[in-house]
Ligand binder design. Sequence first.
Ligand code: ATP
Length: 365
Amino acid sequence: MSATAHALELRDLTKRYGQFTAVDAVSLSVQRGAFLTLLGPSGSGKTTILMTIAGFVAPSAGMVLLDGSDITPLPPERRDFGMVFQGYALFPHMTVAENVAFPLRVRGLSRADRDAKVRAALDLVQLDRFADRRPSQLSGGQQQRVALARALVFDPALLLLDEPLSALDKKLRAELQEELKALHRRVGRTFVNVTHDQDEALSLSDQVAILNHGRLIQLGAPEALYEQPRTRFVADFLGKSNFLQGLVQESHLGGLRVQSGATTLVQQAPRALRPVAGSPALLSLRPEKIALLAAGETAENMVEGHIAAWSYLGAGFLLVVRTADLGEIRVTLPSWRAPIAPAEGLAVRLGWSADAAVPVLDDAA
Ligand code: ATP
């Protein structure tokens, strides 16, 4: 962690446009040097929050704090944050080095100081050999790296990124994700990134804030969010999940017994997530947590069904299994080990352990 990394806090941040609330009392804090991603569907308020942090949008209520100081009234230029925004393009008439030097010229640095910093920034994004090219002579990925160098060259307190990789094709995006992660580690600064790409959020971030309709739904480390989503929206937005509905028959120390038609499900659950007996329960069960049971094999939870559809994924198989009590269940298998090849109509038995699913709140509107 760098000594110049900064901690960011949003306190009850709210932005209204007339009657419409784009950001609704969002509170969160980001540790020094951490990589935070704001993740949510289109219109969930991600860009508005980023623009409020940058100072381009004034909040209707709430505060932005940097290292504990209220910076809400400061104009963007006094905040001095690095930015890589969508459509925040490079200057086409300038070389790569001139583009990167631009923020330093604006700040009145001498030629010698500029040159040293530009070289260091281009080195950081591994583009030192391209200093004299024009942006039009670079690939899309290289242009984005120049934009990153330009945003980092003046040692900003925070780096703000708004979908920096969204215009790139899938393979290049994956490559740049790795680079961005490595870059974050090298510079040790606090990064705030906006995306609607779940994979990008999970692979890049230390913390992910899941937003919907301007509200913060859950904040956490990628693994915690994926493994312990608090609501149906979070489970559904971060990857695929099966949602099993039933009535709580028993709620005790170890967890729950949930009745769904003729099927009884056993489910571990910490106290805070245990609905009381008699109330409805919703369980989120990830497709990769389910096994195909061989003859005679048992599991804590078992259900019979028929394959309604299947597909080969390269890295494994996806099955859609139709069951009488639990509806359609999606299963992903790393390999197919049954003696009979997968086929529509094939009878199968699915099994999963009592800790495979998680009880979630039903926030589906
Ligand atoms: P996307 O992924 O599509 O960029 P987002 O999550 O970044 O979406 P925002 O751009 O923050 O969403 O917008 C949040 C909501 O606020 C949207 O419904 C948008 O229409 C609305 N909004 C944003 N700016 C304004 C504005 N200047 N005037 C009125 N409404 C606005």
